[in-house]
Design a protein around this ligand. Structure first.
Ligand code: TNX
Length: 769
């Protein structure tokens, strides 16, 4: 008995003192031992040279900020210590590697480089408890670690919305906490020029401010007509670059050309092919333009025809002068020149551009764009730097030493790597962090869906590349475009927690990646976000709610499937006490319901659903044309008769969409029923190529074979600014089957937004009454 007890006690001591670590990104190797070391106010940080002292200072800042105290820094280790040592001069293969050892006497970090030591310190921060008040006990571990990719980046667009210098420093802190090492700073845009250039003061007196911003999703529902803007002085830029360097982060500036240059053109109209032409500021609902005179900083989002003139040498002189001021501010070996989304319409009608093409024997405007980038590359190379451009710089021939950022998928990256060019992968899917991370988004976002799982699953080296070509992939980066991100809290909401997944993609060995393991560590990471006082998306706690037909098509069956399994799902019906969800729920009348997810009795996520019953709800439906993968609906065609439709816009998961194709749906009411109207819920946003159908036609049948047309309509009544119903009414019918045909708008004609493309048709509900 005695032996049994003491053995049991020993066992208990072992498991309770054997702490689990939750480090993100996952290190190369972690060995845990039983026992712990506790940091107290008496613990001394030992750091010998200046760089390591900087890292020691950063550790102290973190301790102060999060736990409310600081430690002394000394040269000697003593008995209770945290020591930083850098071996220096150690090069590849494991560049920026570090080891971290925690014993009962202290913590030692040893880096191959200063950056390595700094990464060791970042790992130490993640060994600390996530409760601010707790004693700082850390588990005994031995960690060996180094990054997988050399380029681990995050981008921020400060053109569409401006973020103050203080927040840029916070953003850099977030990168550092994730062991990311490149900050791509997108400094110039149509909607604002954000960096002081002394030779060209108008760039910031004029180009940094716009007279308004469109409201809502492009092309908007109006304009706020409020002056907006801001810029960074060269002093602020230097300060930020230094701040980043202390955190072993390189800042890569982007000065966009030849497109996305409306703000520069507003400052100096002679940069345009047509200095006399006025800037067009598109506005919904008329989709005509706001009244302005002369060149203006853009107020709408999108791509604009007024770009730098490629025929004028003064354009190049201007850009070279700008670069002359930019390069000294940024020690980075890279400078990004954009190169994306440059319409060629103005170059086609510009005599100077055409003369340049003729003189150089360029066969089209793509070659002119290539000439533009190559001419700038030459200048940049002469100044000892390397040019980065978006994948459009492949069109018309790549500049000889350019690095390609592949954003329109991986295609451009693959092509460039096969041409022996370095590549940074930034494919829209899944690393555009301006896209939503939840199917239940209730803030305005640009569209697209990049879940945290998709980011985690991302592999930067495309399968198509040979191992030789794969060496050209320097790494990857997530981009944050800010059309719909106007404040720091929204930035945080969009990047967290996806940035944590990204860091593991870029840092951890491929074979170490495990979603199940990441999920466990993610819950600790959420607590760190709380410690860092940052906002983050709760999409990870989303509950997948599906509405499916019952076996006899007499109602709806709601199922709720949480991704995370540690909490509880509650089912709520308006006006009733919530119940714990355990099995599918039957619904057969109009109701406002919700599915909520609770962790430790705290609400973390809630999906509300308004169910509108009608004669088609829950019935059998089939459709002829498969919807596009971007708008597949929930449960496919059944989405159209599931009693639910969007009240907020296109991020609702119920939409079915077709490019060029019609909706042709057949509904089986299971028995003869009487009805005299059919409505479809649709969306009109011509700026996004979404057009109303030409008409909606209803046909009925009693045998499901032979259908007769009973009515047709294109009468659209809005229920929100972009959505509404087309209703077909007809003399009362008694039939078992009906067919609903919505005729796609078809090819978009000249003069309309999206001309030359097939229109989208978007529908999320059919109602029969
Ligand atoms: C495309 S990505 C752009 C940006 C937009 C972004 C929105 C790239 C090189 N150009 O100008 O902000 O889409 O997701």
């Amino acid at each position: 008995m005695r032996t049994g007890l003491s053995l049991f006690t020993l066992f208990l001591i072992t498991i309770t003192s054997y702490c689990q670590t939750a480090i993100i990104p996952q290190p190369v190797s972690v060995q845990s031992k039983p026992g712990k070391f506790t940091i107290t106010k008496k613990t001394v940080i030992a750091a010998r040279d200046e760089e390591d002292k900087k890292t020691a200072k950063l550790l102290n800042e973190y301790l102060q900020e999060v736990y409310g105290f600081k430690l002394d820094v000394d040269k000697q280790e003593g008995k209770n210590y945290i020591s930083f040592t850098t071996k220096k001069f150690i090069k590849a293969p494991d560049k920026d590697a570090y080891t971290l050892n925690v014993t009962t006497n202290g913590v030692s970090m040893e880096g191959d480089t200063y950056a390595g030591t700094f990464y060791g310190m970042q790992t130490l921060l993640q060994l600390l408890p996530v409760q601010a008040g707790a004693s700082l006990a850390i588990p005994l571990v031995s960690i060996q670690d180094y990054p997988r990719f050399d380029y681990r980046g995050m981008h921020l667009d400060v053109g569409r919305h401006f973020f103050p210098a203080a927040f840029i420093k916070n953003y850099i802190d977030y990168l550092a906490l994730h062991k990311l090492n490149y900050f791509h700073w997108h400094l110039t845009e149509d909607q604002g020029w954000r960096i002081e250039i002394k030779k060209y003061p108008n760039l910031t007196t004029v180009g940094a401010y716009r007279n308004g911003t469109i409201i809502g999703r492009n092309p908007g529902t109006g304009n706020d007509n409020t002056r907006y803007g801001g810029f960074y002085t060269q002093e602020e830029v230097k300060d930020i670059v230094r701040y980043a360097a202390d955190r072993h982060i390189t800042v890569v500036p982007e000065i966009e050309m030849p497109g996305h240059s409306s703000a520069a053109i507003a400052s100096y109209p002679w940069l345009s092919c047509f200095p006399e032409e006025e800037t067009v500021i598109r506005m919904h609902p008329s989709e005509t333009s706001k009244k302005t005179t002369g060149k203006k900083v853009q107020e709408a989002w999108g791509v604009f025809d007024d770009v730098y003139c490629a025929g004028n040498d003064s354009t190049f002189l201007f850009l070279q002068n700008v670069i002359d001021e930019v390069l000294p501010l940024f020690p980075s070996k890279y400078i990004h020149v954009g190169g994306d989304e440059c319409p060629k319409a103005n170059w086609k009608r510009c005599p100077k551009c055409q003369a340049r093409m003729k003189q150089l024997g360029l066969k089209d405007e793509h070659e002119l764009q290539s000439y533009f980038i190559q001419r700038m590359e030459k200048y940049i190379n002469e100044n000892g730097k390397t040019l980065i451009g978006w994948d459009e710089i492949l069109e018309g021939g790549l500049a000889p030493k350019a690095v390609v950022m592949s954003w329109r998928g991986e295609k451009g990256g693959i092509e460039a790597a096969n041409q022996n060019h370095n590549v940074i992968m930034t494919p829209e899917k899944p690393v555009y962090f301006d896209h939503t991370q939840t199917k239940n988004e209730d803030s305005l976002v640009i569209g697209g869906y990049n879940s945290i799982d998709a980011v985690y699953a991302y592999e930067p080296i495309p399968k198509q590349l040979s191992s030789e070509a794969a060496k050209y992939v320097l790494g990857a980066q997530a981009n944050l475009w800010t059309e719909y991100i106007s404040n720091p809290a929204k930035v945080q909401y969009m990047i967290f927690p996806r940035m944590s997944a990204l860091s593991e993609v870029l840092w951890s060995p491929k074979e170490k990646k495990s979603w199940n393991d990441f999920e466990k560590r993610l819950e600790t990471q959420f607590k760190r976000y709380d410690l860092w006082k940052v906002n983050y998306s709760k999409a990870y706690y989303d509950v997948k709610v599906s509405l499916m037909p019952t076996s006899n098509y007499q109602g709806l069956q709601l199922t709720a499937e949480p991704r995370n399994k540690n909490g509880t799902v509650r089912y709520e019906v308006a006006g009733q006490a919530p119940v714990i969800y355990t099995k599918p729920v039957m619904i057969n009348k109009n109701n406002d319901v919700a599915v909520a997810y609770y962790m430790n009795n705290r609400l973390v996520n809630r999906v509300p659903l308004s169910i509108s019953f009608n004669k088609a709800t829950g019935k059998k439906i089939s459709i002829t044309n498969t919807p596009n993968e971007r708008y597949p609906g929930q449960g496919g065609a059944f989405s159209l008769v599931n009693g639910v439709y969007s009240r907020k816009g296109l991020s609702h998961p119920d939409w079915l969409g077709w490019i060029g194709d019609d909706l042709e749906a057949t509904i089986d009411l299971t028995k003869k029923d009487d009805f005299s109207s059919v409505k479809i819920h649709t969306n009109e946003q011509n700026g996004s190529r979404i057009y109303l159908p030409q008409y909606v036609e209803v046909l009925t049948s009693n045998d499901g074979q032979n259908f007769t047309s009973v009515g047709k309509s294109n009468e659209f009544v809005k229920d929100t600014l972009t959505m509404g119903w087309i209703t077909v009414t007809f003399p009362a019918q008694s039939a078992r089957y009906l067919k609903v045909l919505a005729k796609n708008y078809g090819m978009i004609p000249d003069g309309k937004p999206g001309a030359g493309n097939k229109a989208w048709l978007i529908i999320d509900e059919i109602q029969v009454d």
